[in-house]
Write a protein that binds this ligand. Structure first.
Ligand code: C2E
Ligand code: C2E
Ligand code: C2E
Length: 91
């Protein structure tokens, strides 16, 4: 089926993810650090992740990709609109 990837783009708020005390997020944080390393993308406050990687993480958590997104949302570690962050950085 044809899907509009942009609309489903998963963007992690790294600051919140790395500081969150929930034990469940340890694995997600480790995964995100791995992606940062692969990309050499160390300075971002946010990280866009692949749909494929979301599926892999969902398997680890014994849930579906949308189930995992819901959980991440409840923990408050997803960014709805990354452009809203850039406004706070003042350029
Ligand atoms: P690769 O998959 O061969 O991708 C090579 C380069 O193509 C990436 O370099 C990036 O500049 C670009 N690229 C590939 N897919 C996308 C995409 O969906 N969006 C965007 N914006 N660019 C894309 P980069 O970022 O330096 O990554 C180097 C290698 O690190 C990648 O080679 C891949 O093997 C791995 N990697 C990086 N990020 C991820 C990730 O999120 N998940 C996985 N599984 N591997 C990643
Ligand atoms: P966007 O995808 O909505 O991302 C908005 C801003 O969020 C980006 O501004 C960047 O500051 C941040 N951001 C999002 N994902 C990541 C990430 O994985 N790592 C880091 N370090 N920052 C991230 P930026 O860079 O000025 O890009 C503005 C827009 O330009 C992006 O909006 C996107 O639409 C486009 N863009 C930039 N780079 C790429 C790219 O490599 N591939 C594609 N396809 N689009 C890109
Ligand atoms: P996707 O694979 O689900 O990736 C979602 C977003 O994660 C990408 O949005 C990009 O912001 C980030 N991302 C994924 N892989 C990499 C990577 O290797 N390096 C970097 N720096 N960022 C990465 P984006 O760029 O807007 O791409 C949207 C979709 O377009 C991707 O969804 C993928 O399906 C496709 N795509 C874009 N570039 C490439 C590419 O070079 N190779 C392939 N096979 N697909 C690509």
């Amino acid at each position: 089926s044809v899907r509009h990837e942009q609309a489903n783009k998963i963007i992690l708020d790294l600051e919140k993810l790395y500081e969150h005390p929930a034990e469940e997020l340890t694995v997600v944080a480790r995964y995100a650090r791995g992606i940062q390393q692969q990309r050499g993308d160390y300075n971002g406050r946010v990280l866009s992740i692949r749909a494929d990687d979301l599926r892999t993480l969902a398997v680890v958590f014994d849930t579906t990709p949308s189930g995992l997104v819901e959980q991440l949302n409840e923990f408050g570690v997803l960014v709805a609109d990354p452009r809203s962050l850039m406004q706070n950085q003042g350029g």
